[in-house]
Design a protein around this ligand. Structure first.
Ligand SMILES: NC(=O)c1ccc[n+]([C@@H]2O[C@H](COP(=O)([O-])OP(=O)(O)OC[C@H]3O[C@@H](n4cnc5c(N)ncnc54)[C@H](OP(=O)(O)O)[C@@H]3O)[C@@H](O)[C@H]2O)c1
Length: 348
């Protein structure tokens, strides 16, 4: 029979020290210590092994109304994570189970099972469920199949094309026999997109004197679907070259997340009228009911080698702020992840 501790359990956690203005700095975060109350009947304790850093978290650092509640000053951040059950008073979640949860940015957390998913860790590396088989993979899939309703033979433009969402968007579109144009911010990323993701045309937006002109050169017959991860000038350039009745999947606008003044671009939004463009915002959370269909499609593409993925791994919870800030500096290729090395925990 297992015995359980009656004392509170310590957890290291990253807390929000102050709200960033502009690009976040390490000074906006601190490594603190939190306490977890002893487990009661039906609860279990998880030791995190992986956590995700995602651009949307920047929005939660602002004290504004949004689709997710803002982070609170002096409180730990949260977000996607994967860990192992290390103590349990639940019959459904037992010692050794692997759990996908939403209490990242810390070593340990407890749960009664609401909103968590048990995952099979034998088939693919655990962290895959934070990337290609997780939130970012599903965003790519839902954006193309549910919002764009992508058809074979389309020309698809993808911004932040080598990132967690973008790299999968490019490859799903290729798997669906589309012509893909990607935009990314470094020579290495461009190389990866060509060699590994088999993207047809790639532009380095940092080198382009005139982004719209460069996009027009690569898409002389126009764009059917623009998968927008960036907003701003990328959106403006895409609007210039969308076909009549084209679709823009508005997934993210990372170029605006740290702006302290309203964005100048796009200055040509009126083009959605003449071209009868459908511009539709999306949230992956609206598509969770389709998770089984997503996993089936994605597993098939992975098994057939049509989808590969990259991970940028940062070691140590204490380095999570730096991994997060790196998203806005283009430091990651593929999914940005943090590997959490916890103190060994003795089973009681
Ligand atoms: N709607 C949803 O449900 C949903 C879900 C997940 C993600 N998203 C959005 O999807 C987008 C991509 O997210 P992700 O998790 O896949 O991140 P990611 O693309 O893996 O990482 C961010 C990348 O964005 C690029 N970037 C950063 N600042 C930029 C700027 N000012 N201009 C152009 N590119 C910039 C960088 O690549 P470069 O080196 O190429 O600049 C960076 O590596 C984000 O906008 C995010 O908010 C939306």
């Amino acid at each position: 029979m297992a015995t359980h501790t009656a004392t509170r359990i310590e957890t290291r956690q990253i807390e929000l020290k102050s709200r960033p203005s502009g690009v976040p700095t390490e000074d906006n975060f601190r490594l603190g210590v939190g306490f977890i109350e002893p487990l009661v009947e039906g609860e279990f304790l998880v030791q995190n092994e992986w956590m995700s850093v995602d651009p949307y978290m920047r929005g939660r650092m602002k004290d504004t109304d949004s689709y997710v509640a803002p982070f609170q000053i002096d409180k730990p951040l949260d977000g996607g994570c994967i860990g192992k059950v290390i103590d349990s008073r639940s019959s459904d979640f037992v010692y050794g189970d692997t759990i996908l949860g939403s209490l990242g940015w810390r070593d340990k957390w407890k749960s009664s099972g609401n909103g968590v998913t048990k995952i099979d860790s034998k088939l693919v590396p655990l962290q895959t469920y934070l990337g290609v088989l997780g939130m970012t993979g599903m965003t790519a899939w839902a954006g193309l199949t549910r919002i764009a309703k992508l058809k074979k033979g389309c020309t698809v433009f993808v911004s932040a094309a080598s990132g967690a969402v973008g790299s999968i968007v490019c490859q799903i579109a290729k798997a669906m026999d589309c012509r893909v144009i990607g935009s990314a911010g470094s020579k290495e990323k461009i190389e990866w997109l060509k060699r590994m993701a088999h993207v047809d045309e790639v532009l380095n937006y940092k080198d382009a004197d005139d982004l719209s002109k460069e996009l027009g050169r690569l898409a002389p017959n126009g764009i059917d679907v623009y998968f927008d991860n960036v907003g701003g000038e990328h959106l403006e350039a895409a609007l210039d070259h969308m076909k009549v009745h084209g679709v823009i999947v508005s997934c993210g606008m990372i170029s605006t997340y740290n702006e302290t003044e309203p964005s100048a671009a796009p200055r040509n939004l009126f083009k959605i009228i003449g071209k009868r463009i459908r511009l539709e915002g999306m949230l992956v959370s609206d598509h969770l009911k389709d998770r089984e269909a997503f996993l089936q499609d994605m597993s098939g593409w992975i098994a057939s080698g049509q989808i590969v993925w990259e991970e940028s791994i940062t070691q140590g919870l204490e380095n999570a702020p730096s991994a997060f800030i790196g998203l806005f500096k283009g430091k990651n290729t593929g999914k940005a992840l943090v590997r959490i090395e916890s103190e060994p925990f003795e089973r009681r």
